[in-house]
Ligand binder design. Structure first.
Ligand code: NAP
Length: 267
């Protein structure tokens, strides 16, 4: 089995990485950053996102394991002091895997060129200096004309990230659904949007057609695609999934409670 490590550059993370490398070497597990079977990330959910984008081109081949150096994350199951158990499990146990849906977006530029991207959390579209005006279609049927700062389409695992800050619902990652949330829509006598997040079914897709020929920023998981003249963007659930080794697993709602509510140890 070949392993790759993706880590953030914090000092405490680097110490965990050194220890992890030693443990992997002791078990004769090869480190292969080019063609791994398993990607171990050390850091937070943001580090897992960068690991996903680093290996997105071989997403069907790789499985992920997330070690968190701070708080329990949504993509990170292992605490830094459990890495010896993690490496043991890698050599001894055949893991079951948990698969989560990915968002596919296909951007068609003004010249008709197509750019396909995958996101693990979400994708947003914003216009740089002016209000975004875009027609929204669901299954190619006109739905609404949006005017505002932008729109966000998120995966179920991304529903606890940016989408949540935009008032979106938290969605269990076993549901294959996409959620669209508005970013500061304008609603008055002239412009009207639904003004609520929507969740579409697995066989549905959303298409956005920005009105003006202008400079748009499309973000996906903290990465950026800048383009002048975007004809349309189609959002759908990808045929690909991200797979996590499930040696130990924290219940999704426990993660949500831990991240956003928390319990005082002592009252
Ligand atoms: P980042 O520093 O990598 O991440 C920003 C924060 O989002 C970090 O605290 C990160 O947790 C957390 N996060 C990432 N994925 C999450 C998930 N699925 N559920 C809950 N929290 C999650 O920042 P970035 O590189 O700019 O963008 C990465 C992500 O940040 C984006 O995909 C977006 O979802 C999120 N973001 C949120 C807002 C907002 O809420 N207003 C605005 C912009 C971006 P860790 O500390 O564990 O890494």
């Amino acid at each position: 089995m070949k392993v790759a490590i993706v880590a953030n550059d914090r000092v405490e993370t680097q110490a965990v990485v050194k220890n992890l490398e030693k443990l992997l070497a002791a078990k004769n597990l090869e480190i292969d950053p080019e063609n791994p079977d398993v990607v171990i990330t050390v850091g937070g959910d943001g580090t897992l996102l960068s690991g996903f984008h680093k290996y997105v081109n071989i997403i069907d081949q790789v499985r992920f394991l997330g070690i968190h150096t701070g708080h329990l994350g949504f993509y990170t199951d292992w605490r830094n002091f459990e890495i010896s158990k993690l490496v043991d499990n890698l050599t001894k146990k055949q893991p079951s895997t948990a698969s989560y849906p990915l968002l596919e977006l296909i951007i068609t530029t003004g010249k008709g060129e197509k750019k396909k991207l995958l996101a693990l959390n979400e994708a947003t579209i914003k216009r740089v200096s002016k209000t975004l005006t875009a027609d929204v279609y669901i299954r190619d049927q006109f739905f609404e004309s949006f005017k505002g700062d932008g729109l966000c389409v998120s995966t179920p695992t991304g529903s606890t990230a940016y989408s949540k800050s935009l008032g979106g619902a938290v969605i269990h990652p076993r549901l294959k659904a996409l959620q669209m949330t508005e970013i500061a829509s304008i609603n008055n006598r002239v412009f009207r949007t639904l003004s609520s997040p929507i969740v579409i079914a697995p066989d549905e897709w959303i298409t956005l057609k920005p009105e003006a020929d202008d400079h748009y920023v499309v973000t996906y998981d903290g990465y950026e695609f800048n383009h002048k003249h975007i004809q349309k963007i189609e959002y759908r659930i990808s045929q690909h999934v991200i797979r996590f080794d499930k040696y130990q697993h924290t219940h999704f709602w426990n993660r949500v409670e831990d991240a956003f509510i928390g319990h005082d140890e002592e009252v």
